[in-house]
Design a protein around this ligand. Structure first.
Ligand code: GMT
Length: 378
């Protein structure tokens, strides 16, 4: 039997999919007997109970008045080195390149052993920050200084090479779902509580309401869908675009039919009452929400952006449309929502695909084998 590992994980603990993936990975590695140390600015929000072989190490930043900007990156690097030395960590697995890969590199210089660094690229760390000339060289350096780099889709691997030309092989390791959490549940009571009629179809969109998500397109598409199919739109999440989305819903006279649910925790229950998910982003390295919805038997419509076509199988688990092509998006949605046989077929294929291609057992084993290969120097 292989020796159990001591793994340090760093991520953004409170926002977005990268934090979710990092935390779920840590939990599953701990379940497999590894010792996991989260080194983050606050307790990762999905770490909501006691896990006996997970420890949380909080990064505290010196607020000395001389500093115009408190030096978080240095505090993180220093904490990484301290924990790595004290706990005798085998490796650091950092999620999101900036600043985490650079902090891990600094920590590695400070420790007494050959601490391995695995960096996982999640999306905007490349597709947005990679265009910032003040950061691009630093991101490339972080990638090249890591012992192993992974990205959450082939599209992101390609985009990273095209944009930054790092001299480094990047391996695709897809995101995953825990099928003990994400499966179709009986949540019909929610439909009643939200006053959604039994005969009404439910369309869901989940995001951080940033510009790249094009939530306005979701509303425009819904307007067209709603004309043909009795339906409600659930908008889940919050973010900078919320004010404009809210205004648009009012301008289009859809207030009665669009429910703003804000940030929610038990997404699996909301997916379980949904008939279709829309993710119409202009940039999306993977689209974790699509996978979560698929695991709950929800067909998807997504855009031809980034890794979305690696998650949705065109014509089988949903449809891929061009970014901004509201007309086609609405036609496809109406097709799925008004043909029960097609809907059932897609729902079943979505559940199977989520279990087969993106099952946590498979993906966590992939990460483990990356760790062991590095440590065994294969
Ligand atoms: O913008 C977001 O959706 C948040 C961002 C993050 O870093 O938390 O999400 C990125 O990572 C997720 C987990 O790997 C992916 O599922 C998202 O597609 C990706 N977002 C973008 O590429 C815009």
């Amino acid at each position: 039997m292989k020796k159990k590992l001591k793994i340090g994980i760093t991520c953004y603990p409170s926002v977005g999919g990268s934090g979710v993936v990092a935390t779920e990975l840590g939990k599953l590695l701990a379940e497999k007997g590894h010792e996991v140390h989260f080194i983050t600015s606050s307790l990762p929000f999905r770490l909501n109970k006691v896990y006996c072989n997970i420890t949380f190490h909080e990064v505290e930043v010196n607020q000395y008045s001389v500093f115009k900007y408190p030096p978080y990156d240095l505090a993180l690097a220093s904490k990484m080195a301290e924990v790595a030395n004290r706990e005798d960590l085998d490796l650091l697995h950092v999620h999101y390149a900036i600043p985490h890969a650079i902090c891990a590199y600094l920590a590695k210089q400070m420790v007494k052993k050959d601490l391995k660094i695995v960096t996982t690229l999640h999306g905007t760390d490349i597709t947005v920050l990679g265009y910032d000339q003040s950061l691009a060289d630093m991101i490339r350096f972080g990638i090249e200084s890591s012992d192993q780099v992974t990205a959450v889709s082939n599209a992101l691997v390609n985009q990273t090479h095209e944009l930054l030309h790092p001299d480094k092989k990047i391996e695709t390791v897809y995101n995953f779902i825990d099928d003990r959490v994400y499966y179709k549940k009986d949540a019909m009571h929610l439909k009643k509580e939200y006053k959604i009629g039994e005969d009404e179809k439910v369309i869901i969109h989940v995001s951080n309401f940033r510009k790249v998500k094009r939530v306005q397109d979701v509303v425009y598409a819904f307007q067209k869908i709603h004309r043909k199919v009795k339906s409600k739109l659930l908008l889940v999440g919050d973010g900078p675009e919320m004010t404009y989305v809210n205004r648009l819903v009012r301008e289009l006279g859809l207030v009665e039919h669009v429910l703003f649910l804000g940030k929610q925790d038990s997404l699996e229950e909301l997916y379980s009452i949904s008939d279709l998910i829309l993710l119409l982003s202009e940039k999306e390295s993977f689209g974790l929400v699509l996978l979560e919805a698929m695991a709950c038997g929800v067909p998807c419509i997504g855009t031809n952006a980034g890794g979305i076509p690696e998650v949705i199988l065109e014509g089988e688990t949903g449809y891929i449309c061009d970014v901004g092509d509201i007309e086609t998006i609405a036609i496809r949605a109406i097709q799925i929502l008004s043909d029960q046989d097609l809907h059932n077929r897609m729902a079943e294929s979505a559940t199977i695909l989520a279990k087969e291609r993106f099952h946590s057992d498979k993906i966590v084993s992939q990460y483990e084998s990356i760790y062991y290969k590095l440590l065994e120097g294969v």
